[in-house]
Structures are given as structure tokens and as C-alpha cells.
Design a protein around this ligand. Sequence first.
Ligand code: GUE
Length: 292
Amino acid sequence: MQILDGKIASQSVKEQLAAEVHQLLAAGNRAPHLAAILVGSNGASETYVASKVKNCAEIGFESTLIRLNADVSEEELLNTIRQLNEDPKIDGILVQLPLPKHISEPKVIETISAEKDVDGFHPVSVGRLVQGLETFIPATPYGIMLMLEHYKIPTKGKHAVVIGRSNIVGRPMSVLLSSNHPYGNCTVTICHSHTPDLAAVCRQGDIIVAALGKPEFVTADMVKEGAIIIDVGITRVEDATAKKGFRIKGDVAFDQVSPKASYITPVPGGVGLMTIAGLMKNTLVAYKRTLQ
Ligand SMILES: Nc1nc(=O)c2c([nH]1)NC[C@@H]1CN(c3ccc(C(=O)N[C@@H](CCC(=O)O)C(=O)O)cc3)C=[N+]21
């Protein structure tokens, strides 16, 4: 069993990005610039946005964090996005999800200019992804592909079982794994809450992507010997012995599943770090398009 280390793989992606930014700046260009909007705040979203801002700084991107109150009106948020759409200094726009209930997420996502949609959530980006056109790939599925690429894990002809059909992970992941590219060409099954005998389906998976958001859902009895296990879960569970009073648990029961796996991503230290690498790569692409 080999652990797929998100620290190592994301570091390698970030070094490539930093080198490219260095060259662009040396040639007299401005730096790429990501704008992140955080509406309200809970501990987790605060942490993720802070990490995105920190990663920008590490690789030489500029970033702007816009904080709006949880009770901000939908119209005010949409206007903030419209201003960023028009701002030539901003290359990528990200609105941290989830949003407060009184704000429509689809409306917010559609208001972001498709050229700046570095999250890859806009219907234009999703449509292009499904058609196999060049696009912004949603950061988490993109990060998983970068992880497979970093560790050179062959996927062609394998059966991938994706648990979860969300717009941000499960569905785009299934599209990528089934598409015709170096780390695709899988046969893909998507499972969700209405899948009968989900365990039996999982046991057929040469690759399992667990993205349903239920801690330790995937147990050893659901896993084929030698399977590749990708754990997307990041649930905070209370733990009085932990420094911050909680621990982050994945969707996979790591201790029992890892002995059966050929490769497995840990939580934390796996897919989450790659998500940020994917976002940074998208931002650089958006930026480079403005140079042309
Ligand atoms: N518009 C939007 N875009 C997103 O990309 C987006 C979002 N909304 N909403 C929330 C999810 C979650 N997400 C993560 C980012 C980094 C880690 C990450 O760095 N995790 C580390 C640290 C974990 C920790 O300390 O919490 C790890 O897994 O090792 C995890 C999760 C981005 N998301």
C-alpha cells in the first residue's frame, strides 16, 4: 500500500506554477490575481479561504479577500461579483460555498463571468467539460487528476466507482475519469443515496472515489483487494483531545481500508491540498488568456 501524499504532489504543482509566475514577472507582466468572496463565516470556510490566500502568496499570485456579512442581500453579492467581472486586474473569481440560505447559489455561480470562473462551477464551464473542450475543471476533481498524474497511476480500462453526485465533485469527477485522456478512460459507475447494495457496487471498483460527506462511510468489506482509494471527505468531528477541539475525518475508514488498498489518499494531507493546487492552476490559465 502506498499513501498518495497531497503535500508532496501539491508542492510539485506549486513549484511549477511559481517558476512560471517568476518568468512572467521577469518579462514585465503583472501578477495573476485571484478574488475570493466569503459570505458570513464558519470555522471551516474561514480556514479554506485563508489557505487559498496563503497559497496565492506562496507562488507569487496576488489575491483579494472580500468578506461580506452573512445577512448581505443577494443583489449586493451579485453586484460585488459584477464589479469583479469588469475589473481587468482580477483574473479569477471564487465565491466560497455554501452560501447562506437566502442567497441562490445557481444565480451567484451564473453571475461570475465564465472567463473568470476558476472554480469551474459555471454552466458554461460544466458544459465544456462534458463535451471534452478546454475549460476550467472544478478544483477538487482537477486536484485528484493531478494527484493521479503526479504518482503516474494508470487508469485506462479500470472500473472507477464514484460515490456522490454533487456538482462540485462527484459528477465532474465521473466525467473526467470516463473521458479520453491520459488519466481517464475508465468505466465509471456513479453511486448515490438511491443505489441499491452500494457495498456490492464498490467491491467492483478498481478505483473508488468517496465524495459523499459521511465520515468513515467506506469500510474494508466494501473494497476490493488492491483498489485505489481516493478520499474526498473533510468532515469535522468533535475530539476533546485535539488541539482545536475537532479532527477532520474522511469518507473512508482509513485504518481498516488502507491494508487492502494499493494506493490511498489520507485525510487531512490528501485531496484537500490538491484542490488548492487545481484552483491555482486554473487561475494561472485565466490570467494567461488576458495576456493574449
Ligand atoms: N467556491 C468554492 N470553491 C472551493 O474550492 C471550495 C468551496 N467553495 N467550499 C468548500 C470546499 C472545500 N475546499 C477545501 C479546500 C482546501 C482544503 C484543504 O486544504 N485541506 C487540508 C487541510 C484540512 C484542514 O485543516 O481543514 C487537508 O485536507 O489536508 C480542503 C477543502 C474547497 N472548497
